[in-house]
Write a protein that binds this ligand. Structure first.
Ligand SMILES: C[S@@+](CC[C@H](N)C(=O)[O-])C[C@H]1O[C@@H](n2cnc3c(N)ncnc32)[C@H](O)[C@@H]1O
Length: 497
């Protein structure tokens, strides 16, 4: 059958069923309430009879609408034949959730998923069917934001779900392969891409790397079913392997699937096990031949974690005894695994020649503070700085020239009225939005860095000003410069001595 989704897309656009159109119709408070899965304000704002009122009620609020009104807003006969909507007496109901989603360049995209699955509401996902396919959640947006978006030939999206990552990838990739264990997810991905006017993807059914064998890619992304749970109940979140084994397997099997220079981005959860440093657990996951940057964004103790996911699946609204039994099972599982808490975060791998030669850059850190999304350019810059630092010994670093990164400010911290600050903090307003404490030399050095003088010469001048021995200062400062470069406060601009 020919793909008729372009006609539906045309109708949706003509009615202004877009992210901007919704904001105009609903107003900011009702629009924001909808993102929290609260539908009452939007119902009040769509009492009119325009095609946009009809489409919002039909696809977002999932209320039946009169047949006549549906026919005024949609190519109705086609939509019924193709399964977008179903007839219910004199009324028409949506068969799927269709949600306007604005692309990074303001593209009018649509995410198609199961009904009632708008993520983020107070009431859980609304469906506890094993194979339910969710729409866009906070995790989906985070992964899309941290992904490096350089033009590439091939992208693999593992666990594609509604197809959101494949949709983003379609804008900068020659071809996109999207896989899922759930056949319904592949169908939703097909609909999401078609309705968004994006090129079709190569859709493959199966677990993790099974459907692609030994094929290699320039970019791999996955927001996998990372939840550590006492049994596989919901395909979209419970990986079905014990503990954090699914995330470990996914990361470990990536080394052989990336082309040289290629990136892989994953969201993951990991166990914090008694008697083990979490950083050691994660560094053991990094595959041979890859550099890695792993950022732990949050840690929850096992009770918080169990409650989070019990609420996510709506279990808190079931019979109290059933809820208690499920909660107990969760804690039994963690006890058996000697797990005290669970880390949430991002894992980025990059295949590199230096890593293959036995000199990988592996940075594992905790950064729970707000960042500037999209973070993709900052992720790429992190690896470029690691490449630079890997090649510089201390002498080369002192011969190098550096510039203070854009929008770094200095904050002086100390008691009010004190003559001198207790310490100085450099703070980034871009990217990771890091802050770091520096001493007087560090602050003075960073302040002078405008890319003209080599680092060593700046240190000599500081030594003179502060009555310090310049040789000693040159000896002890490279480590601090290295850290300021690694964290993106200073950018290398070349070497001059
Ligand atoms: C959290 S959802 C992510 C969906 C989407 N990629 C996003 O970013 O919103 C995880 C997806 O992984 C799929 N999945 C579950 N187990 C899998 C496995 N072993 N291999 C591949 N996909 C799997 C689920 O069906 C689900 O679509």
């Amino acid at each position: 059958m020919p793909d008729r989704s372009p006609r539906l897309r045309e109708a949706l656009l003509a009615a202004a069923f877009t992210a901007d159109g919704l904001l105009d119709l609903l107003g900011a408070p009702a629009y924001a309430a909808l993102a929290r899965s609260e539908t009452v304000p939007a119902l009040r704002a769509t009492r009119g009879a325009s095609p946009l009122d009809t489409l919002v009620r039909l696809f977002l609020l999932q209320r039946p609408v009169p047949h006549e009104r549906a026919r005024a807003a949609l190519p109705l006969a086609e939509c019924m034949e193709d399964g977008w909507v179903v007839r219910a007496g004199d009324e028409v109901r949506a068969a799927v959730d269709v949600r306007p989603y604005s692309g990074p360049e303001g593209q009018d995209w649509y995410i198609v998923s199961d009904l009632g699955c708008s993520v983020g509401g107070a009431g859980g996902i609304g469906s506890r069917e094993e194979g339910v396919v969710l729409g866009v959640g906070g995790a989906s947006a985070t992964l899309a934001g941290i992904t490096v978006r350089t033009p590439v030939a091939s992208v693999l999206d593992i666990g594609t779900g509604s197809g959101i990552q494949a949709l983003h990838a379609s804008q900068h990739a020659g071809r996109v392969t999207a896989t899922d264990l759930n056949p319904r997810a592949l169908e939703f991905t097909r609909l999401t891409l078609a309705l968004s006017g994006a090129p079709a993807a190569d859709l493959r059914l199966g677990s993790l790397y099974e459907p692609v064998g030994t094929e290699k890619y320039d970019l791999i992304v996955s927001n996998p079913p990372f939840v550590i749970s006492p049994g596989a109940r919901l395909t979209y979140r419970d990986g079905g392997m014990g503990g954090d084994d699914l995330c470990r397997t996914l990361v470990q099997q990536t080394g052989d699937r990336l082309n040289e220079g290629g990136y892989a981005h994953f969201l993951a959860n990991w166990q914090h096990v008694e008697g083990e440093e979490w950083q050691n657990r994660l560094s053991s996951w990094v595959p041979y031949g890859c550099d890695a940057w792993i950022v732990q964004r949050e840690v929850q103790d096992v009770t918080q974690y169990a409650e989070l996911w019990l609420r996510d699946s709506g279990d808190h609204r079931t019979d109290p005894a059933e809820y208690a039994a499920r909660y107990d099972a969760w804690l039994d599982e963690f006890e058996a695994r000697r797990t005290r808490s669970v880390g949430f975060g991002w894992i980025t791998l990059r295949k590199s020649a230096a890593a293959a030669a036995g000199n990988p850059s592996v940075v594992i850190e905790e950064w729970p503070h707000a960042v500037e999304q999209p973070l993709g350019p900052a992720v790429q810059a992190h690896f470029a700085r690691q490449d630079y630092l890997r090649e510089q010994d201390d002498a080369a670093l002192l011969a190098g020239r550096f510039a203070l990164a854009a929008e770094v400010v200095q904050e002086q911290v100390g008691l009010p009225g004190a003559e001198d600050p207790e310490h100085v903090v450099l703070r980034q307003n871009r990217g990771m939005r890091r802050a770091t404490k520096v001493d007087a030399v560090g602050a003075g050095f960073a302040g002078v860095c405008d890319g003209t003088l080599p680092a060593g010469r700046i240190l000599d001048a500081i030594a003179q000003l502060m009555n310090e021995d310049p040789v000693l200062l040159r000896d002890r400062t490279p480590q601090a410069i290295r850290l300021l470069v690694e964290e993106g406060f200073l950018e290398p601009v070349g070497s001059a001595e």
